[in-house]
Design a protein. Structure first.
Length: 56
């Protein structure tokens, strides 16, 4: 998973759009730390929108 926040945003939103129905499902499947993703993207002012299933 990318460490750069902007690359992480692109990676996560692509995965959510094309492969996963929720952030939790993606994190479970990829064995990723949900809170770490949320925190990294919040640092660049992006927040998870459950209805859209993407960071906006």
């Amino acid at each position: 998973m990318p460490t750069d926040p902007v690359m992480l945003l692109s990676f996560v939103n692509l995965k959510l759009r094309d492969f996963y129905g929720s952030l939790d499902a993606m994190c479970d499947d990829l064995d990723a730390d949900r809170q770490q993703i949320v925190d990294r993207l919040a640092a660049i002012d992006y927040h998870y929108d459950e209805k859209r299933n993407q960071f906006v």
